[in-house]
Design a binder for this molecule. Sequence first.
Ligand code: MG
Length: 383
Amino acid sequence: MKYLYLLGACGSIGTQTLDIVRNHPTEYTVIGMSVGSNLDLAKKLIMEFKPKIVCFRKMEHIFSIEYNPIVTYGDEGLLQVARYHQFENEWLVNALVGVAGLEPTVEAIKTRKHIALANKETLVVAGDIIQQLIQEYQVTLLPIDSEHSAILQCLRGEDDRQIKKLIITASGGSFRNKSREELEEVTVQDALNHPNWQMGSKITIDSATMMNKGFEVIEAHYLFQIDYDKIHTILHPESIVHSMVEFQDGSVKAQLGVSDMRIPIAYALAYPNHTETKVQELNLLDLNLHFSFLSKKRYPCLEFAYYAAQKGGLYLAVLNASNEAAVHLFLKEKISFLEIEHIIKKEIYKKEYERDSICSLEERISVGREVYKNILKEYGEIL
Ligand code: MG
């Protein structure tokens, strides 16, 4: 039995994780859960899975629950769920959005929970620190992301020294058929309309700007301990080949599957096993796969991510914070789509963040917060 603490239970990854749990009641039990502002869904999920500890987003969201679990709320509540400890084989499934997911991951590792990570920002901002903690506390961290799940599967049984490169595929997001000029006019609704994947709004925008792929390059660097010059990206509009690994002898391994997040979720939960997911079967006869060059000129956010990754330290915190602020402003219709890139670019090439390349977790979080707040303030958004 694996005992799960699911952060972000009401979101896209959260509900799909619970779908897997529903199908495997003898393998997984939900012990902790954090829920968002969709209170009807929260009520339904809490009553169905009856976790022992529940974290609400805000105090005013708390409702009475008849079986009396421990109830908490806010950022501190997330840490309480991450810290809660009762069993041996405990897993934190982190499906939170944004840098809010970072500290709960750290806290969970310190209570010796294994991590199934869908929260990208954890590794983007603090991949080096998380890797050290994993070593120190002897826990496992597995990705919940189709690309990293693909690489993980391709690397099973292989010798890392024989890897020539990782090839991460990108669907191209909602605007893949638009030129830079055409991007001037696009709306929030257009951006949220992803052709292949049903995802939360932040990650759908990150896919449209390609920052999502930039984040995935950084995550791959930390997850698989591979140099950045060996991590390549390629456009693959069908999202069927989820990523590839090329080896020294010219052999290329790929993992294929339908675009359904329940596959990488199930693999992270059952690793190294492949369990029943009830997803649609991949029909090879229907496939017509395409690959093309992914241009950093067309998608400058990818360039920003590689730049910040090479600089390291505070630059990764700044990359994430400026992106989080810009995406927030875009979703609130305060800025245009292309302004997302301008905001990040303005922040990321500042020299002042060079002061500290091996900075503490606290410093990264506080610099990130400062950058986020300043950008929002500049656009008249009150926190
Ligand atoms: Mg992905």
